[in-house]
Design a protein around this ligand. Structure first.
Ligand SMILES: Nc1ncnc2c1ncn2[C@@H]1O[C@H](COP(=O)(O)OP(=O)(O)OP(=O)(O)O)[C@@H](O)[C@H]1O
Ligand SMILES: [Mg+2]
Ligand SMILES: [Zn+2]
Length: 271
């Protein structure tokens, strides 16, 4: 416990705590041969010490969080969105028939990210080609990054190739550090889940790709960290394409958002 400033006094007269005005008892300092007072009472000193401890802890936590964010940002730059999706926002998402609730759900996810993060709940965007799934997932990532969160956007097949490339001799990054960052990020988008290369194993064991996906998804599931998925496949097809353990966790931890809009890429043909 840190000593407060001393107030020297030659005689033990009444002295009040600077903060709460309670009486502070004098004590005899035999070395100085005099009575002394602390400027605060014992209770106020205890409160102050507790506050200092909490502030230091908060500072330390903020520093750790900053380090974690920088590490993730170094490995997964938000430019990974690619040129087309880098400019995707909620504002430039035009509400088309069938997209209204999807836009609202995406915006609510960002707005209430705190509670989604608390419960580890994510979203799955279902829908046909070009209905705006990736646009909304990219907009969510951008918004979260703007809010200072560590959010990663990854196209599943690309991510798997990148992880596979770490096995090459001389690779500058390791599978371990990539998986770590993917586990630690506040939010992870897995774009096009189910589109990864499939090869049925004779013995029904997972393929390499499924094993890696399982590792990432299970880590996040255990840590209760949200994942946003987009997929072209219906629930039934996904169930067949994904390993049962992945599918089970995905369904448990996510709310489904179905987009029934037509292909935005083809809208010029409709005019
Ligand atoms: N409602 C919308 N308003 C504005 N732009 C849109 C809208 N829907 C889609 N787009 C744009 O159309 C293109 C295709 O959309 P997006 O990539 O999000 O579709 P998707 O559902 O992910 O399709 P796929 O299943 O083929 O991956 C993107 O450039 C996107 O920005
Ligand atoms: Mg897409
Ligand atoms: Zn006091």
């Amino acid at each position: 416990m840190g000593r407060m400033e001393k107030i020297k006094n030659s005689s033990p007269e009444k002295h009040l705590c600077d903060k709460c005005r309670a009486e502070v008892k004098p004590f005899w300092n035999p070395i100085m041969n005099q009575y002394e007072y602390l400027s605060l009472c014992d209770e106020c000193i205890a409160v102050k010490n507790q506050q200092q401890k909490e502030e230091e802890l908060k500072k330390q936590m903020a520093m750790d969080e900053e380090k974690r964010k920088n590490k993730i940002a170094r490995l997964f730059d938000s430019s990974y969105l690619g040129k087309r999706y880098r400019g995707c926002t909620f504002d430039n998402f035009h509400v088309m028939p069938g997209t209204e609730s999807a836009l609202t759900r995406a915006q609510k996810f960002v707005e209430n990210f705190g509670s989604f993060a608390q419960t580890g709940t994510g979203l799955i965007f279902f829908g046909n080609f070009g209905c705006g799934k990736t646009h909304l997932a990219a907009a969510i990532t951008r918004e979260l990054v703007t809010k200072g969160k560590s959010a990663i956007f990854q196209v599943v097949p690309d991510l798997l190739s990148r992880i596979r490339a770490t096995y090459n001799r001389g690779s500058e990054e390791s599978e371990y550090e990539l998986i770590n960052a993917l586990t630690e990020a506040s939010c992870l988008v897995l774009d096009d889940i189910g589109a990864e290369y499939q090869k049925k194993q004779m013995d029904d064991s997972m393929t390499w790709a499924q094993g890696i996906l399982y590792l990432i998804i299970n880590n996040r599931y255990n840590e209760m960290k949200p994942v946003i998925y987009t997929t072209n496949y219906s629930l039934d097809v996904l169930e067949k394409r994904l390993d049962g353990r992945i599918y089970s966790r995905m369904i448990h931890a996510n709310d489904g958002v179905v987009i029934e809009a037509t292909d935005y890429r083809l809208r010029k043909l409709e005019a």
